[in-house]
Every structure is written in structure tokens, then in C-alpha cells.
Ligand binder design. Structure first.
Ligand code: NAG
Ligand code: NAG
Ligand code: NAG
Ligand code: NAG
Ligand code: NAG
Ligand code: NAG
Ligand code: NAG
Length: 574
């Protein structure tokens, strides 16, 4: 793998080779042209930065912004665009022989940095908080010329963005969602969402130009492995090609309202320009991931990092093979998905339950682990281990962590316990609007004969979804038993309520608006695998059960179009 410096030097050489004898100096620059307006760039590209918008993005003598809005930074949707009051070069550096400048644009809430190397196609960017309010959504983005950038690419979707002409006002069905003009299916920006922590590179591109985000590290994002966000889309009122960098987002969550310490840093990530080649962007992403954390960044706190290692063993003796492992807030008051004030780390255990986190910022964390399916798809409990102190240059060895699993006898399990709808009908299908409408109103699942895919990923219609199962023992002869129905939801969109029955007895309810059933938008925003995970448990008397055939029924009594329950797993144990 080529190093960062080698690739920079290579692109620089390529530049020099193509340069005409009259070409100006290659040094990256910041020029003020008055009235809160500056030009930044190098001899490969340049951009005119106004008080809010960065426009006239020249690359290969072509204006890549054109009539689009250009580059800006905002929070709480488009409500608050940051206004740049001054700009200066805060560092003139050299990394492996290649000169660079770090340009800081200041606003009343924080500073946006552009780090531009000589000969670089694009720039590194990072943002340092000083005074952002408590918020859910914070992003940087490009709105680019839509003829130059007709297509979008994420790790799980690649293709032409639907044309603005397909967004017909009369066909609008909800927030940013339209019935397609041919009447078949829908068009929505949510189809272009993806898993934040799985991206190698993503962006917009065409036959001659590509504009990409490469975000190695990812510790500055909010949330855990299940964090999803918007990535690219067609702006539905102007037609701009949008390349979003949702560094703190809320789109598939119950809530996200974080307070940020002064100095919280998002990035650096690389904004990369090329000729539209995906293999080239992929190769560049590999180099960037290998080069993270970035040695050229002069910031003590950024480089103050250590390691954490350990082994997860279940109380039944099995290793927690493949478990999802997360380093988040110590003594947490929020779900792992909703955390977002500081820095967060994700990994998976190996088949022996071993895990390791490298390059963790020095601080104290709470470690969480949960089943990611596979060999431990039966495990319904999670692990929380607080007080994980990480010190610079040190490895924190946690040794063997004991993870208590349930000791009750299992009567049935429908679906893997992994916080996703995978395995059920349509679970994890390509993102699309209203897929849940294809699930039936009534469904019977017979334990022992039905397959996992006979259960649908989401329930949105009034009706009964029933699980039939056999009990071999006579419950009357087993008075010490305590049945417990575990309902693990991969997500839930409010406005749907159900009564939970066992053999015709009400054993509980799943009621919209209750503390554990607040809205996440997964089911009506094209998500098919997950939204925000919920764990519900219903204990009931063993006399409700009988020897032979028994039933558990989820009777939906209140429904709202495209809202409802997205299933992960249903377990009955006693
Ligand atoms: C300075 O910028 C402001 C805001 O963009 C604009 O309204 C004003 O006309 C500009 N003045 C000059 C002299 O360009
Ligand atoms: C920006 O790029 C354009 C197009 O290549 C060029 O004409 C212009 O001189 C550049 N601006 C600066 C300040 O270098
Ligand atoms: C590109 O944007 C223009 C408006 O600037 C719009 O008229 C046009 O339909 C858009 N093109 C596509 C393919 O959406
Ligand atoms: C199950 O039993 C083991 C061994 O006694 C114990 O360590 C574990 O905590 C128990 N699990 C639960 C969930 O109580
Ligand atoms: C609610 O469910 C009923 C019965 O399945 C169905 O006929 C009706 O269309 C649903 N209503 C909505 C708003 O989805
Ligand atoms: C749904 O299930 C409940 C509980 O078993 C039952 O009372 C109700 O009659 C069922 N509804 C239909 C339409 O079968
Ligand atoms: C749902 O169950 C809870 C706990 O048993 C109970 O307090 C609540 O009243 C029930 N709600 C409905 C709508 O039945």
C-alpha cells in the first residue's frame, strides 16, 4: 500500500508533468477578496468562500458548483447555516516533504478547517466546537452542479440520482417522499441513506468528475454500529447533487440531543476530487484508512490515544463469538445509538470472544457488548462494563469479562437476536419506501415447521400475528417456572399499538407513546434492517400455559400507514 506522502508526491509529479510553462506556483493559498469573501485552494482546484457558501469550485478549469448552493456547514437542518467572520492560516506545515496550510474559518459557534496540501486533489477538513448549542443534527455538505455529478455511491447503493423532473408536487406522500411518475414505487432521499461506520468512500460522480468523502477513524460520529444517515441525494427543490457529511445526525433515531464540550473535534476527513473513477477513490480510501490517525495534524489531544483489549465469555461457558462491542459514555444515561457528545468506538469480537480497540482517545468509557447474531444469536442479554480508563500510549487490558446469559429454559425463539430484522421476509432488503405495506395483516408462525422468513420484518396493519408452539411439560407440575416473553424490536415507528396475548389471556401491550415506544422513523424512511433497538419483556403466570399446543399473539389494535414494529427476535422462556 502506498503511503500518503508517496501518493501526494505522485499526484504532484503528475501535476508538474501536465503543467504548462506559464503555470503559477503550486503552493496552497488563502486570499481575501474583501467583504467576508476569500479564495482558497492550490493549483489543482480553488473555491470562493463567502460568508456562508463556498462557490465557484474550479477543478480542471471546470466550475463544479455552477448554479448549485456549494459548500456550507449547518445545524438543525437548514435552520442555522454557520457564518464565517474571519479566515486565517493557522499552520504552515510540511509532511513527508509536502507543504500544506491549515486554513481556519471562524464562526460564533466553532471553527471550520481546510487543510490543503500542495498538489492535492481536494482537502482535509475538520471542525472544532466552541459554542454549538445542544443539538441533534450537525453537518458539512456540498451541493454541486447536477450535470457534472449525475450519480451517487455509498457502500450499499450506486446509481443515477432520480431527476428533479420526477419529483412531482402532486405526488408527494410525506416528508421528502414522492410516488414515482410511472406509479411504480417511490422516490425519496432516504433510499440513499447508509451505515455510517461501514463507509469506505461515498459521494457523487459522473463521467469526468467525482467528489467524495473518505472518513477514516469515525470516532467523532454519534451512535454505535447501528448508526445510519443520509449520504447523497438529489435536492428536491433545486435539483442540486448533494453530498452530505452528517457528522452528527438524527434521521433514524428516537432522539439525539447532545451537549458538546469546547474543543470537541469532528474529523479530519478527506474531501477528495477525481475524474469520477470509483477504483481510484477506493484506492485512496485504503491509503487514508491506513494513515489514520493523521500524523500531520498538530493537536495534542487528537494524538493522545491508547488501546483496549479483552475477552468476552458467556456465563454458560461459551465465548461471545462475533459479539458487537462498543466503547461509549461511562455510566451511560442514553442508549448506545443516542450517545454523541464525545468519541465512540466500535468493533466485533472474534470467534473466541477476543476484542481490541486501537487508537482510542484517552478518556474513561463504558464498554457495551451485545449479540451480533451467528453462534450467539440466542443471547438476549447485553453486557455493560463501566470505568474503562484509557491512557495515552498504554493498553488497557480488561482480561476476561463475564457476560451473564439467561438461565431459563427456552420454549421458542423466532429470528436471530442481533438488533436487526435480518432473516425475516424483506429484512435487510435494499432501502425503499413502504416495503412494510407488503407484509400481511395476519400471520401464523408454527414453531418447528415455519421458517424464519415466514415471519415478516415489520407489522403495520391491524390484525393478529400468532406464534403456535408446543409445551411438552405440564405447567401445573412445574410451579417454579416463570414464563418471560422477550420482544426485541429492531425499530419502531409510532402510531401503532398492540395487545399481547398468550392462549387468550392478555399478558401485556405495546402501546404507542409509552416511554419505551417513542418514535424512530425507520419504517417510513426506507430502512429495512433497523431503526432504534428496543427490548420489551412480558412476564406472566405459568398457569396461562398448557401441555400441548399454545399461542402467543401480537394483535395490532391501532395502525398508521407505514408505521409499526420492525422485529428483531421474539423469545419465550421459563
Ligand atoms: C458584501 O456582502 C453582503 C452579504 O453577502 C452583500 O449584501 C453586500 O452587497 C456585499 N457588499 C459588497 C460591497 O460587495
Ligand atoms: C481558480 O481556478 C481557475 C480555473 O482553473 C483559474 O482561472 C483561477 O485563476 C484560479 N484562481 C486562483 C485564485 O488561483
Ligand atoms: C438540475 O438542476 C436544474 C436546476 O438548476 C434542474 O432544472 C434540472 O432538472 C436538474 N437536473 C436533474 C437531472 O435533476
Ligand atoms: C445464570 O447462572 C450463572 C451461573 O450460576 C450466573 O453466573 C448468571 O448470572 C446467571 N444468569 C442470570 C441472567 O442470572
Ligand atoms: C389498518 O389496518 C387495517 C386492517 O388490516 C387496514 O384495512 C387499514 O388500511 C390500515 N390502515 C392504515 C392507515 O394503514
Ligand atoms: C386476535 O387474537 C385475539 C387474541 O387471541 C382474539 O381475541 C381476536 O379475536 C383475534 N382477532 C381475529 C380477527 O381473529
Ligand atoms: C399496558 O401495560 C401497562 C403495564 O402493565 C399498563 O400499565 C398499561 O395500562 C397498559 N396500557 C394499555 C393501553 O393497555
Amino acid at each position: 500500500m502506498r503511503s500518503l506522502a508517496v501518493s501526494l508526491a505522485a499526484s504532484l509529479l503528475a501535476n508538474v508533468a501536465n503543467a504548462s510553462p506559464t503555470k503559477k506556483a503550486t503552493a496552497p493559498f488563502l486570499t481575501s477578496i474583501g467583504n467576508q469573501t476569500w479564495v482558497i485552494g492550490n493549483d489543482v482546484w480553488n473555491m470562493t468562500q463567502g460568508p456562508q457558501f463556498g462557490v465557484k469550485l474550479y477543478y480542471k478549469d471546470h466550475d463544479c458548483v455552477g448554479d448549485a448552493w456549494g459548500h456550507y456547514v449547518s445545524y438543525n437542518g437548514a435552520a442555522d447555516n454557520l457564518v464565517w467572520t474571519s479566515a486565517s492560516i493557522v499552520k504552515n506545515g510540511k509532511y513527508k516533504g509536502v507543504p500544506f496550510i491549515d486554513i481556519q474559518f471562524t464562526s460564533d459557534v466553532g471553527d471550520m478547517h481546510w487543510v490543503i496540501f500542495e498538489g492535492q486533489h481536494g482537502a482535509y477538513q475538520y471542525f472544532v466546537n466552541h459554542n454549538l448549542p445542544t443539538l441533534g443534527e450537525f453537518r458539512t455538505l456540498w451541493r454541486l452542479d447536477n450535470t457534472t455529478f449525475p450519480k451517487g455511491r455509498t457502500v450499499d447503493k450506486d446509481g443515477t440520482l432520480p431527476p428533479l423532473s420526477d419529483y412531482i408536487a402532486a405526488n408527494k406522500v410525506q416528508d421528502e417522499t414522492w410516488l414515482a411518475p410511472d406509479g411504480k414505487g417511490y422516490i425519496t432521499k432516504y433510499d440513499w441513506a447508509s451505515w455510517v461506520r461501514e463507509q469506505d468512500y461515498y459521494g457523487v460522480y459522473g463521467d469526468e468528475f467525482g467528489s467524495w468523502y473518505i472518513n477514516p477513524g469515525k470516532d467523532y460520529y454519534n451512535g454505535n454500529q447501528l448508526k445510519q444517515e443520509l449520504m447523497v441525494h438529489r435536492e428536491s427543490s433545486t435539483g442540486d447533487a448533494v453530498q452530505l457529511n452528517m457528522v452528527h445526525g438524527t434521521h433514524f433515531m428516537v432522539s439525539s440531543a447532545d451537549v458538546f464540550p469546547d474543543g470537541k473535534m469532528w474529523g479530519p476527513w478527506l474531501w477528495y476530487l477525481n475524474d469520477g473513477s470509483k477504483p481510484d477513490a477506493a484506492a485512496r480510501a485504503k491509503e487514508e484508512f491506513a494513515a489514520w490517525p493523521y500524523a500531520w495534524l498538530d493537536d495534542e489531544a487528537y494524538h493522545a490515544r491508547g488501546k483496549v483489549s479483552g475477552r468476552l465469555v458467556l456465563s454458560d461457558g461459551r465465548p461471545a463469538a462475533g459479539a458487537a462491542v462498543f466503547l461509549g459514555d461511562d455510566e451511560p444515561t442514553k442508549t448506545a445509538l443516542d450517545m454523541g457528545s464525545t468519541y465512540y468506538y466500535t468493533t466485533y469480537a472474534d470467534e473466541r470472544g477476543n476484542f481490541e480497540f486501537a487508537d482510542v482517545r484517552a478518556a474513561t468509557y463504558g464498554l457495551q457488548a451485545w449479540s451480533h447474531g451467528g453462534e450467539i444469536a440466542d443471547v438476549s442479554t447485553s453486557l455493560l462494563h463501566n470505568g474503562v480508563a484509557v491512557a495515552t500510549g498504554k493498553t488497557t487490558r480488561l482480561g476476561t469479562l463475564a457476560w451473564a446469559v439467561s438461565n431459563r429454559t427456552r420454549l421458542f425463539q423466532v429470528g436471530d437476536f442481533d438488533r436487526y430484522s435480518y432473516g425475516f421476509l424483506y429484512g435487510g432488503a435494499p432501502r425503499q419506501h413502504a416495503l412494510v405495506a407488503s407484509c400481511p395483516a395476519d400471520l401464523v408462525y408454527r414453531v418447528g415447521t415455519s421458517k424464519t422468513a415466514d415471519w415478516c420484518f415489520g407489522q403495520t396493519y391491524q390484525g393478529n400475528w400468532t406464534i403456535e408452539f408446543e409445551v411438552a411439560e405440564d405447567p401445573a407440575a412445574a410451579p417454579a417456572r416463570q414464563p418471560n416473553l422477550i420482544v426485541s424490536l429492531a425499530g419502531y415507528s409510532s402510531g401503532a399499538s398492540s395487545t399481547v396475548w398468550a392462549n387468550g389471556h392478555v399478558i401485556g401491550n405495546m402501546t404507542s407513546g409509552s416511554p419505551e415506544l417513542q418514535n424512530d422513523p425507520c419504517l417510513y424512511r426506507s430502512a429495512t434492517a433497523a431503526g432504534e433497538w428496543r427490548l420489551l419483556e412480558f412476564q406472566f403466570d405459568q398457569s396461562v400455559l398448557q401441555k400441548g399446543l399454545n399461542t402467543v399473539t401480537f394483535q395490532m389494535t391501532r395502525n398508521t400507514t407505514w408505521h409499526g414494529f420492525m422485529w428483531d427476535s421474539i423469545i419465550l422462556e421459563w
